[in-house]
Design a protein around this ligand. Structure first.
Ligand code: XCC
Ligand code: SF4
Length: 649
């Protein structure tokens, strides 16, 4: 463990972050990076998952000398219970976000949505068809209302399976049913898991871990999938859009407003309000050239995907954005917003504003954001930020130059359209490219940053190597932002960095080798893309058979744990850049990293070195390809492959 504090250049990959970290040092501002130094030698019991504080006979810690807690729970039980509770946290966060959107959809359908309307009727009708609603002759409001009620039922169902599960390949559903992990209502899964981890209930680590997978499925193929669908219906399905990323997007002469968090309701309105001529006028009267709206984390990804609003940074840059001294207001909603923000902001003129009653922070201004007068609320907030412009201290301002161009907005619909054109939108060209071996496989790189390792370093090293090896990369969340800052979310990047096969495909289609698919909940888009590949045919009949791998390189949140679990439960191998807090139980490790393979067709793998991860990924993809019979030999006999599949079915 290092005893010396790290140098800024050892903490972050991009020069903009390094520059601001130096500024923070000079101005003696604490950040998560310096606080991480103070947290060295983090608690080994917590790290190994063997601390139990589920009841008040404890807290109990498992050691060689005391291998059982007071109640008799051993390391396996304690580690598994702690793990399940993490999955519950992640599932609850994603799904509650989904619920908020469904409630908004319902209001909009009933005519009580204030400034919110059903923006994307095509997405609505597509969803209605997926859920087998009678469409003919019905208005979009009627359809939306029925759909909203179906979605709400997904949360409250008691004994029936989630309808949303049926959006997955049929074989996947059979696997889940046979393994007893098909989730019932989303809320029930969360509650049941809390019950099962109460003192004295479920003690069999395997049984507990299977519940973790079941709960995670209620996230990926439930709450998250619903969140994505409803966002698209309310705010529009993303399509390719140009934008820019990194701290350099902040304006020297404009009022800078940064949105941070996850739920798109407010940021959508801010995106609209920030373009309002009255607002721009107001900013000019305050001596600014206009308003720059930018984002951090997934709220940013939501408005990037739909409006091309630039990205100021990913998770570990939230404090750095404030330290530029150039941000008039940072609006936070839920998830991933550090409680340190008001403290950091107190050294500058930045006002931190919390916007939802379920998430308040000491030191932040609280401005409840009301749905009924959403646009007015957004304008009020922006005006307040403009009023704060005069307090900016030019002596404290450093805006790094760095800001890279990107193309984002790759919903599944957009990918289909890019691949096949308007009249024959389809995944066929992608499947063919995979079968021919021009693309070796598809890898989803997702998740956060973590100050335990250098910001973006693992993500960027891994991504570069994969595209060089002809792997098409799908990205979401802060991992996608890392690539945006790296400048590889552009079609031009394909020319420079991708291997020959991938380059040919990207050039023909006009897409970047790394596709930004959205926010954390939009990992459901990756599942959807995988399903499209299966349905298109020729690459197996469930997700475990297609050459695909998931990676969470620098993950930190409970949501990432849930995401990892639903990927594995969907048959997709998942590489972690650092392990879960499960090291205290050999049995739990073995179950998650090996036994799940026989159950679902995919398991977890831990690789702390990104290049070792690349080797493992290429090996996994090539095993998948062999099993499909599309290794070298089969490449020359494309059509035999199709015949073989028909025989298989
Ligand atoms: Fe949060 Fe979604 Fe992680 Fe980024 S990636 S740190 S969870 S913002 Ni989803
Ligand atoms: Fe200790 Fe058992 Fe209570 Fe956990 S549940 S704190 S192991 S007595």
């Amino acid at each position: 463990m290092p005893t010396q504090p790290k140098k800024p250049q050892d903490r972050a990959w991009d020069s903009a972050s390094v520059e601001i970290l130096k500024k923070a040092e000079q101005e003696c501002i604490d950040t998560c990076f310096t606080r991480m130094d103070l947290q060295q030698n983090q608690c080994a019991f917590g790290k190994n998952g063997v601390c139990c504080r589920i009841c008040h006979m404890g807290p109990c810690r498992i050691t060689k000398k005391s291998p059982r807690g007071v109640c008799g729970a051993d390391a396996d039980t304690i580690v598994a219970r702690n793990f399940l509770r993490e999955v519950v946290g992640g599932t609850a966060a994603h799904s509650d976000h989904g619920r908020h959107l469904v409630l908004l959809l319902k209001k909009a359908a009933e005519g009580n949505g204030g400034d919110y309307q059903i923006k994307d009727e095509k997405a609505l009708r597509y969803a209605a068809r997926l859920y087998k609603l009678e469409e003919n002759g019905r208005t979009k409001e009627e359809l939306a209302l029925e759909l909203a009620d179906i979605f709400l039922d997904e949360f409250t169902k008691q004994e029936e399976n989630l309808d949303t599960l049926t959006l997955s390949p049929v074989k996947q559903q059979n696997i889940w049913r046979n393994q007893g992990v098909d989730p019932k209502g989303i809320d029930r899964m969360v509650v049941e898991s809390m019950h099962r981890t109460h003192m004295g209930v479920d003690h069999d680590y395997r049984n507990i871990l299977m519940q973790a997978f079941r709960t995670s499925l209620a996230d990926g193929w439930g709450g998250s999938r619903i969140a994505t669908m409803v966002s698209d219906i309310l705010f529009g399905t993303p399509s390719p859009v140009r934008s820019a990323a990194n701290l350099g997007v902040l304006g020297e002469k404009t009022v800078n407003i940064v949105v941070h968090g996850h739920e798109p309701e407010l940021s959508e309105m801010l995106a609209i309000a920030s373009q309002d001529p009255g607002i721009i006028d107001y900013a000019k009267k305050a001596g600014a050239e206009g308003v720059t709206l930018a984002g951090i984390c997934c709220t940013a990804n939501e408005i990037l995907m739909r409006h091309g609003i630039p990205i100021a940074g990913n998770f570990l840059q939230q404090e750095l954005a404030v330290i530029t001294g150039a941000v008039e207001m940072m609006l936070v909603d839920v998830q991933c917003c550090m409680p340190s923000l008001p403290e950091v902001a107190s050294a500058y003129h930045t006002e931190i504003v919390s916007t939802t009653d379920m998430a308040k922070t000491i030191g932040a201004t609280h401005m409840s954001f009301g749905v009924q007068k959403a646009l007015d609320s957004a304008k009020t907030m922006i005006k307040r930020a403009i009023d704060n412009f005069k307090n900016r201290d030019p002596n404290k301002v450093v805006i790094p130059k760095e800001n890279k161009q990107m193309v984002a907005g790759f919903s599944v619909d957009a990918i289909k359209y890019m691949l096949g054109g308007r009249f024959r939108a389809s995944f066929r060209p992608l499947n063919d490219a995979i079968i021919q071996g021009r693309i070796k496989g598809v890898v989803g790189i997702v998740g956060c940053n973590n100050p335990k390792t250098k910001l973006d370093s693992y993500i960027n090293t891994l991504t570069r190597e994969l595209i060089k090896n002809n792997v098409l990369v799908l990205k979401t969340g802060c991992a996608a932002i890392a690539s945006a800052k790296e400048g590889i979310l552009t079609p031009e990047a394909a020319l420079e960095m991708a291997g020959q096969g991938l380059r040919e495909v990207c050039e023909a289609v006009g897409i970047p080798p790394v596709l930004h698919m959205g926010s954390c909940v939009d990992n459901s888009r990756i599942l959807e893309a995988g399903t499209e590949i299966v349905l298109e045919g020729g690459l197996g009949d469930d997700l475990s058979q297609i050459p695909a791998v998931g990676v969470a390189p620098e993950w930190m949140s409970e949501k990432a744990v849930a995401i990892g679990c639903y990927f594995v439960a969907s048959g997709i191998d998942v590489i972690l850049g650092h392990p879960f807090h499960i090291e205290g139980s050999e049995n739990v490790i073995k179950f998650l990293n090996e036994e799940t393979r026989d159950i679902f067709g995919g398991s977890f793998h831990v690789y702390e070195d990104p290049l070792e991860a690349v080797n493992k990924i290429m090996k996994l993809l090539s095993e998948d390809r062999k099993r499909l019979g599309i290794d070298k030999k089969a490449e020359r006999k494309l059509f035999d492959m199709k015949d073989r599949r028909e025989l298989d079915v």
